[in-house]
Ligand binder design. Sequence first.
Ligand code: GLU
Length: 476
Amino acid sequence: MNETISGVRTRFAPSPTGFLHIGGARTALYAWAFARHHQGTFILRIEDTDVERSSPEAVQAIQDGMAWLGLAHDEGPFFQMQRMARYREVIGQMLQAGTAYRCWCSRDELDAMRAAQEARGEKPRYDGRWRPDAGKVLPAPPNGLDPVVRFRNPKDGAVKWNDLIKGPIEIANAELDDLIIARSDGTPTYNFCVVVDDWDMRITQVIRGDDHVNNTPRQINILAALGAVLPQYGHVPMIHGPDGQKLSKRHGAVSVMQYHDDGYLPEAVINYLARLGWSHGDEEVFSREQFVQWFDGQHISRSPARFDFDKLRWLNNHYLKAMANERIAADVSVRLARRGVHTREPANAKIDLAAVCGLLKDRSSTLEEIAELAMMFYQVPHPSAEQLTETLKPEIRPALDAFAMACTEVEWTREAISAAIKQVVSAQRLKMPQFGMPMRLLVFGRAQTPALEAVLALLPRETVVHRLRVGLSHAL
Ligand code: GLU
């Protein structure tokens, strides 16, 4: 099961045209884990040849996302724009070897070719008019026109590979026409750069999204023409939303760093993405290390995965509960600062944020939710007038006054506070919610909190008394 293929080299090759997409991150995770499983090498390559759409911010976003997820690369990042000389060199070699040729078809000619083919009911394709086949006389190159370079794709036979995920795939060469590998200005095209990089970087397994499956036969043919050792290919199916459509913003966050901002833990996201479209028996909750140990490239689903936001939230809650309160507090204090609460300020420093997080984490799915709930400890409460009138009935006030009094002398622990509440409630012959509701509204500004004695014990005694008295006087 755990045998090691020696010399495994995988890569993640994103195009830096936006944020790091959660689907891309899953592909990266699989490529990374496969390399780690085999004690191999994981390479980061930035495919930035689409200059119009690529940006340094997007490169940064990819690196931030990978770093946050803990997917460290061993080599790179390599940038395709810095490898132009190498691509040109290989194009020159292929022209020499006759595996590529120059083609002087103008755009008008190509348009006419397509129109004629369509009129005959044929699939539009390059008709090979500049392809130097044996015994063929080529036209004289026109003056003043720069040629493109085309790959001389084999005419017969088929390209076959045994996809690590999809199984055997076969495409007839007759389906593939002679791909342009260099434009007339000499710049190499997308598929060609990928091929040269995979070759130079000695990639052994190309693990990528199955939106690239159509490129693979062309890439295999070019690699074969270069005399390269072919990598294995594994095409990971797409991720769909819960409705079966391609995952998009409409369904929820698609950018990895949005999950960070929304308060997810990298451990949970890694666990979730690993399990999304891959399985190891019935295992649902496992660490990154465990995943690496299990992940040998098998058991990846052949059909698209469905993103289940509820399951991710459930997993995140699981990891939050297991996380040290101090670590949660360190993150939550940054989120509170964004809300204008600085936990180091003297008044706020009296509140033990780690203990607050410890109490709130059970009922929260994200760090953002913890921060949102934690605000009730730091913020002056502003209960709604309606809720107050509804709950703060005249017969309740004496109990609240009595409790405010009791607060000044009771030992400030959860147990003692609980006993004091019970005493006041029974002395005034009330039911617990009759007391609890207005108490929560007056001290925390909200109708729902965790157990009352628990939240009260986390506020300084004087804050509770103060909020209660102010609240009662306002509600006269
Ligand atoms: N740059 C491609 C993309 O972002 C990936 C190419 C590949 O993995 O071969 O979709």
